[in-house]
Ligand binder design. Structure first.
Ligand code: FES
Ligand SMILES: [Fe+2]
Length: 451
């Protein structure tokens, strides 16, 4: 998209005064932040049904370039095909399930499994299976890699959806309006800079709770108050995503003249940096703001992704649940083309400072949630509207999936890919395994196997 086509930043919608008259909403109970069973349900009900942000298409330069990921214990990779599109596949060989790619990133138009030598092309088609041409009736076509739904948006963002059922929701329906929202930012003018990861002892929702409000910002992020007008911070729920709005500080501020000269390159990302000055001479100057009138484009994407755009850089976050009390946070940063190295560093420092503050909040909060003495707390109907919104989606989707399983009388895993061509015997054995899991082998005690 050329700069001329960049849409004007949309102002946030006005508050509805009636919203202030809705007290009494509480968080979900703390047990939802500690229970393995709840996480198991969330995987099926939420993470295997929604569209999950992965990466940006700019990182794939040529056919065969791939990146591998692990979400919710599922290994998959995204690859640029010979025809130029991006496709996602479970990283599971169709022969005996060995991983087909074994690096975080790489490039190859032939993906050879290093166990028995089966090979696949960039479309996931089986092209070689040593000695299987001797086997009558073996159909290579039926042994392609398991494909995962993959959507590349018009701004290059790449999403996947594990839902392998007929009721999978199309991307445009799930994130209605999101792509248009992104018209305000020229993603083409940015290039990949770096990634980093944090490993935290907290539930994924502990992080999202803080992410979805800035009620905590004045107390927990004192540096941010110099960059944003906290009173203007607003989270507006849309279609399975929320737009965050805040006005940046642009007023003239009094800075000692000599100090200002010395820090000419300082921007509004130098949050909280107190400069030493020897001069007493003070004149009002305009604080440099590389964002100009741009107030930022910050989007939370349900359930666990964020795309946050500033003038010098934009970054994405993937929040990946590992256990009920352990979560991995992955950040990718893209900087404006031609941005000076010190500016890049300034942005990364800013981001990591804020993330560290949030990370510490999450660790300490989770410890208390684990104690079992706290259940729910009041949420402010406006200041914590984003928390109410996403927790409401969590609650509704988990309840709906629970009811589905109750009606079906069996577990339903939308990400399941192995069952379609299975033989009757395999289905029977799957059912037997489910019974054993459910009841144990001893119907009297309903406990597990007794040795
Ligand atoms: S597991 Fe891949 S070739 Fe056997
Ligand atoms: Fe925060």
């Amino acid at each position: 998209m050329s700069s001329a086509e960049i849409a004007k930043p949309a102002p946030p919608p006005e508050d509805n005064p009636a919203d202030k008259l809705l007290p009494g909403e509480h968080t979900l109970p703390a047990s939802w932040w500690t229970s393995q069973k709840v996480l198991d349900f969330e995987k099926k009900a939420i993470f295997s049904k929604g569209w999950l942000y992965t990466t940006h298409s700019i990182r794939f330069k040529k056919a065969g370039d791939y990146y591998s990921f692990t979400f919710l214990g599922m290994n998959f990779f995204i690859i640029k095909t010979k025809s130029g599109e991006l496709k996602a596949f479970h990283n599971v060989c169709r022969h005996r399930a060995y991983p087909v790619v074994r690096k975080e990133k790489g490039s190859s138009i032939i993906l050879g499994c290093k166990y028995h030598g089966w090979s696949y092309n960039t479309d996931g088609k089986l092209t070689k299976a040593p000695h299987f041409n001797e086997i009558e009736g073996f159909d290579p076509e039926a042994n392609s890699l398991f494909e995962i739904k993959c959507h590349t948006g018009k701004h290059g963002h790449v999403y996947i959806n594990f839902d392998n059922t007929d009721s999978a929701v199309p991307f445009e329906e799930f994130f209605e309006g999101l792509e248009d929202e992104m018209n305000e930012y020229d993603f083409e003018d940015y290039e990949y800079h770096m990634s980093y990861e944090l490993d935290g002892e907290f539930n994924w929702k502990t992080l999202m709770d803080g992410y979805q409000e800035c009620y905590h910002c004045p107390t927990a992020h004192p540096g941010l108050a110099t960059a944003f007008k906290m009173e203007t911070y607003k989270v507006v729920p849309k279609g399975n995503y929320c737009r965050h709005y805040a006005k940046i500080v642009e007023e003239e501020i009094a800075i000692p003249t000599e100090e200002a000269d010395a820090d000419e390159e300082s921007s509004w990302f130098g949050f909280g940096k107190k400069k030493q000055s020897t001069t007493k001479k003070t004149e009002p100057i305009k604080k440099e703001n590389p964002g100009g009138a741009f107030n930022g484009l910050w989007c939370y994407l349900f359930p666990t992704n964020g795309i946050n755009c500033y003038s010098p850089a934009w970054y994405s976050i993937r929040v990946l649940p590992i256990t009920p009390t352990r979560t991995i946070l992955q950040y990718d940063i893209y900087t404006k083309k031609g941005l000076a190295d010190d500016k890049k560093k300034e942005f990364v420092d800013f981001l990591q400072q804020v993330e560290l503050e949030d990370y510490n909040l999450c660790v300490a909060t989770q410890k208390n949630l684990n104690q079992g003495v706290y259940s729910t707390g009041y949420l402010h109907p406006l200041k914590e509207k984003g928390v109410l919104y996403y927790q409401g989606l969590v609650k509704d989707m988990v309840k709906k999936h629970y009811n589905l399983e109750q009606e079906a009388g069996k577990e339903i895993n939308p990400a399941w890919v192995g069952g379609k061509e299975n033989s009757e015997e395999a289905a029977e054995l799957e059912a037997l395994c489910a019974k054993i899991e459910c009841q144990g082998s001893n119907p009297e005690t309903k406990s597990g196997l007794e040795w």
